[in-house]
Ligand binder design. Structure first.
Ligand SMILES: *Cc1c(COP(=O)(O)O)cnc(C)c1O
Length: 348
């Protein structure tokens, strides 16, 4: 049995999701979820005996309205993670083609690349966490997908619009540029969705797991033009979304639900500001990186003791396995009360 799995899968280190890491926690600040529980949406159970084939069309329409696109430019999937996987499976031949990432960034690009046995070419961010454009223009000839997480997880910053546009211009007729906008509702002015009409090789990834507070429903989207969509729709599962999930996603995109999402985003941003102000008063804090998201990356002088103190108070944040972030901890912005608890513990 031991030699049956593909050799590259035998070597694979799986993605360490917050849930997989686990821990004994009362305050969960490790997966960038919203802290607000949701009123239950009413569900229509009458069609559960049928495959949900009419719901995706409605959802494509609704999400297209939300981001001012055409429904044909939207593909609803099981989370943004499925969009990443689908792109790599559709565009990268095993052991021949490459994806490009810019670390430190979201770990699933690399893991999905490895699962497909694609080459993963990392062009690290510059010292100030910007894209390294010079090196991003010297990637391997078989580069098919260039992933840009904007704003970036785990650093929290958005990249300069000009540098992303330069990247997109460079890769015209060479590769797809994939912009992961998982946190875009926290800085909507940074969205590049408006560029889709100009660039057929641009793909944008979105999710309802973060600002919309629906991580448990796990719905995400790929946004792209007809050529890319045609390819993705060939490979996508025939029924990617379960009927209840599609129904909940539709409800979350009603106007009043979008208003509520925006109010909650404002609340999180206020809490973030308070948290950052308090953090910068602490002696052990070396640096708080500016964030346009619902998390902040903090560099500590003595990260090990900070981490142990947090854990002993049942506060679970996230350490990032990247050599440049060895002294960093990423905190999701939870409720005001949760962040106060974190500050109290850090004062110790
Ligand atoms: C959380 C996250 C995702 C995954 O989103 P799902 O829709 O829950 O799969 C994708 N990209 C980034 C950058 C994320 O932080």
């Amino acid at each position: 049995m031991k030699s049956l799995p593909c050799p590259h899968i035998l070597q694979l280190e799986p993605y360490m999701s917050a849930r997989r890491i686990g821990g004994n926690g009362k305050v969960w600040l490790n997966a960038n979820e919203l802290p607000f529980a949701r009123m239950p949406y009413p569900l229509d159970e009458s069609q559960y005996h049928r495959y949900p084939d009419h719901l995706p069309d409605l959802l494509h329409q609704k999400y297209a309205e939300y981001c001012q696109l055409q429904p044909e430019q939207v593909l609803a999937l099981r989370g943004a993670d499925e969009a990443i996987d689908l792109l790599i499976r559709s565009y990268c031949r095993a052991s021949i083609d490459s994806i490009v990432t810019s670390s430190p960034t979201y770990g699933m690009y690399e893991v999905c690349g490895q699962i497909q046995d694609a080459q993963v070419c990392d062009i690290p961010l510059t010292e100030d966490f910007e894209l390294n454009l010079a090196q991003l223009k010297q990637t391997p000839p078989n580069t098919k997908l260039v992933f840009v997480c904007n704003p970036n997880n785990p650093t929290g910053n958005a990249f300069s619009r000009q540098s992303i546009i330069e990247l997109i211009e460079y890769y015209r007729d060479r590769a797809l540029v994939v912009i992961d906008e998982a946190y875009i509702e926290f800085c909507p002015e940074q969205s590049l969705v408006g560029l889709l009409k100009r660039y057929p090789h641009l793909v944008i990834i979105r999710t309802l797991s973060k600002a919309f507070g629906l991580a448990g429903v796990h719905v995400g989207f790929a946004l792209a033009n007809s050529e890319v969509m045609e390819t993705l729709r060939k490979v996508a599962a025939p029924y990617p979304l379960a009927d209840p999930c599609a129904q909940i996603a539709l409800s979350a995109l009603e106007n009043n639900a979008i208003d509520m999402m925006q109010r909650q985003v404002d609340e999180i941003k206020q809490t973030r500001q308070l948290f950052v102000e308090q953090l910068s008063l602490l002696a052990n804090v070396v640096q708080v990186f500016p964030s346009q998201t619902n998390f902040v990356l903090v560099e500590f002088a003595e990260v090990k003791s900070v981490w142990e103190t947090l854990v002993s108070h049942y506060i679970i944040a996230r350490q990032i396995p990247h050599q440049r972030l060895e002294r960093g901890i990423r905190f999701t912005i939870g409720s005001i009360d949760e962040m106060k608890q974190v500050i109290e513990v850090l004062k110790q």
